[in-house]
Design a protein around this ligand. Structure first.
Ligand code: USQ
Length: 385
């Protein structure tokens, strides 16, 4: 059985990925430093549903699945000795690296948040690369990247590279990066470092340039309430579709930033699991830096608000849409044409967003509505403050 090390195992994606891969007969070990929980505490943010400690969740999973046990270590990638020890002890075949500060607004809150984000993400990943080189150079690294590294260019978005011709000569260059925030800049730096490590040390790495994830449940999180994953709707960690659904369920207007014509890529949390499994089964070769754009659909923010509004009406919720001044600096009108052909080629079957999906999620959120704290919904962080 293949061994998978999941860094960032306590998070929105890390925890469901761990259960999914354990179910698929991988031996899974998780690592986390709980830095997201620290940021939650510092900002008085709680996820919609109470999230059990890692110890409780791992213990419960192991009780239910006697033969597919998970293990967990507490530790920080900024401590290179810790991650070296983990690699030595566990000897992973694949390493899924989610262990980064994931919020664009948090990274734009001020100097110390921007510095924390870049130090945590870039140096943590660099320590990991040195660890892999020293201890397990044949392990396959799957690094969670972001579609936001590309920005919104006026040409089609390819997967990681762009063939350019200049003064009669040509080059396959890393795709030009124009990140949306200091968080997205940290992912851009990671991508440069990853590509360098595969060229120089012949490591094997896949950069998963993921779009905006939405959804609450996976087949494993619904087995028991205490196996839930952290679903955020606040202005720091909440992503747009999840926020719109919570706003509708709590009788608040759907808050569209700016004109709502800004367009992004999206995917269901279950498709994150599908993509990660496909990327493991189709690994990068030795010395290869493979980039896969990980999304299933493209929408403008306004289209999403209208989708959530329409589905809400089907169950008697009269959600309003409110266009507010955009707290971010982003293009309000732009060309946007990204490809996700590399995942489609290896078998991705997209679960597209549907009114039924939105209604199911709204009903679940409605049951938890007493937990909704409206104070943490209004955006407070401005890109330009
Ligand atoms: N937006 C609204 N209203 C809201 C929240 C967001 O109109 O209440 C708009 C934003 O202006 C933005 C878009 O929705 O144009 C997406 O914002 P988001 O907060 O859902 O997503 P973002 O900040 O881009 O970051 C999220 C994850 C990040 C991941 C990224 C993928 O937090 O970890 O890397 O999605 S991507 O957007 O493709 O870069």
């Amino acid at each position: 059985m293949k061994k998978v090390l999941i860094l960032g195992g306590d998070g929105y994606l890390g925890w469901p990925t761990a259960m999914h891969l354990a179910k698929k007969n991988f031996i899974v070990h998780l690592v986390d430093n709980f830095s997201k929980r620290t940021i939650e505490n510092e900002n008085s943010i709680t996820p919609l549903n109470k999230i059990e400690t890692m110890k409780t969740r791992v213990g419960l999973w192991n009780q239910i699945n006697n033969k597919k046990k998970l293990t967990f270590s507490f530790g920080d990638l900024l401590n290179h000795r810790f991650i070296y020890e983990e690699l030595k002890r566990f000897k992973p075949d694949h390493i899924i690296h989610y262990a980064e500060q994931p919020s664009a607004p948090y990274s734009m809150a001020g100097r110390s948040q921007a510095v924390f984000t870049q130090k945590n993400n870039i140096i943590g990943s660099l320590n990991l690369l040195f660890g892999i080189k020293k201890i397990c150079p044949n392990a396959h690294l799957l690094k969670l990247g972001t579609m936001g590294v590309y920005g919104t260019p006026n040409i089609e978005i390819e997967e990681g590279f762009l063939k350019i011709k200049h003064k009669g000569r040509s080059e396959n260059a890393q795709y030009p990066m124009k990140p949306h925030s200091y968080y997205h800049c940290s992912k851009a730096s990671d991508s440069v470092n990853l590509y360098f490590a595969t060229r120089t040390w012949k490591l094997r790495a896949t950069d998963l340039n993921q779009g905006v994830v939405y959804g609450i449940d996976t087949p494993q999180t619904v087995l028991e309430n205490k196996l839930s994953t952290s679903f955020h709707y606040d202005h720091i960690f909440g992503t747009v579709i999840n926020r719109f659904m919570v706003q509708a369920a709590s009788n608040m207007p759907l808050l569209v930033y700016g004109t709502g014509n800004q367009t992004r890529t999206f995917l269901n949390i279950n498709d994150t699991l599908q993509c990660v499994e496909l990327a493991i089964k189709n690994p990068a070769k030795k010395g290869e830096y493979k980039v896969r754009n990980q999304f299933t659909e493209v929408f403008s923010v306004k289209e999403l608000a209208l989708l959530v509004q329409k589905a809400s009406r089907e169950i008697g919720i009269k959600a309003k849409i409110r266009y507010i001044n955009n707290p971010r600096t982003e293009m309000s009108q732009h060309y946007y044409k990204p490809t996700n052909k590399s995942f489609l080629k290896i078998g991705l079957k997209p679960k597209k967003i549907s009114p039924k999906f939105i209604i199911n999620n709204l009903e679940k959120i409605y049951k938890l509505r007493k937990n909704i704290d409206k104070k943490i919904i209004i955006p407070k962080i401005k890109w330009n403050n």
